[in-house]
Design a protein around this ligand. Sequence first.
Ligand code: UDP
Length: 447
Amino acid sequence: MEPKKPTKKILMFPWLAFGHISPFIQLAKHLSNTFEIHLCSSPVNLQSIQSKLPRTPSNPIHLLHLNLPPSPELPPHMHSTNGLPLRLIPTLLNAFDKAAPDFTSILHKLNPDLLITDMFQPWAVHSAAALNIPAVFFLVVGAGTFSHSVHSVLHHGVDFPFPELDLQNHWLFKRHQNDPSDSSVGVATSRFLQLVKDLEVYSDVVLVNSFMEIESKYIDYLSVLFKKKVVPVGPLVALSDEKSDVLDWLDQKEPKSTVYVSFGSEYYLSNEDRAELAMGLEMSGANFIWVIRFGKGESVGIREALPEGFIERVGERGLVVDGWAPQMGILKHTSIGGFVCHCGWNSVVEAAVNAVPIIALPMQLDQPFHGKVAVAAGVAVEAARGVDGAVQREGVAKAIKEVLFEKKGEELSGKAKEICESLKVKDGKNIDTCVVEISRILESGKN
Ligand code: UDP
């Protein structure tokens, strides 16, 4: 018998960053077993989304082009945060806002039964509401980080109930305060205020890429703050069965002998931080895989970007990868014993799913919060650094040694394994709950 065709249509709409698109794709894949799924993004992002979808899916995910107007300040067709310096993010947000009319015409044509949307495009829920289409927000950052921000807006001046996330004196905030050219925080703050209002008014439930095993108290608190159900739908991670030279290299190493070092899809280390990190890796005595990325226009070769003689000195102990590595496959590999991580939320989730302890080196935005959440969950240590956040070789080497060669590492691994086991037992129950909640909204029909 032919499987029943889904009758309800859902339009999913992530922000233009890889770290946002990736969990949206994973959620889309799950939901496509029950609903007809459409996903909308800029053409450059759709190309990479297409490559991440199964070639012969039983339930296709329909991709829809959103046309963003050209902007003289952005590289041509660069309607993605990938490779874009942080200072140009407000420009990309402006271009994104100008796509609102095109988004409305997509809504008109498709007439979905529900919109699942991200946090940076308030106009999306407004357009949907004008057409009586219900909307649900899907938060792709951790619940700890998000509840801290919501608390600051709704209960300004009142202490956040979880002191481990009080980062007022953190070097990152001082750095933002001292940099008048950095408008990203101001822009994010005004968008955030709008988001909190819209979440209260438009979203019946709130979905978050998290799970109780790592963030229960923050998920519960978020629900208290919004006075509505917060549904943890995580962990949402891509499955990885790619073949790669990096994995072949790891096959030659002893179990848990190697750290994986990466700063995600958007951050580029300064020359000073890169040099200190290199020296720290060298001093640690551990094997390592280090993914180095350069921003657009930085045409430096890997060898010139590293301290003189570094590659020769570390020899077989280290593998430096230019640009991109198969992160999920690496974290799954038995030779990996730790992850020197910028604490992007997807990376934290991916480390947890693979029971890999984290050595936290957060760099920007919400990353310090995610790092603290991972430390509080008992799966991370932070590398000590300079007062202004500068990476320091001693801090890096000490934290790596602790995780790979000392008792602390066993404790973190033990906790990480516990979380992992509990997730295996649960096996997709979070997605089931999400489907139930969405079905309930769909049954109550358009507003
Ligand atoms: N990633 C990858 N290979 C790389 C760098 C990153 O596969 O060389 C993936 C990683 O697995 C994660 C995402 O890119 O899924 C990065 O998201 P995250 O939230 O950790 O950080 P962001 O890029 O948003 O700062």
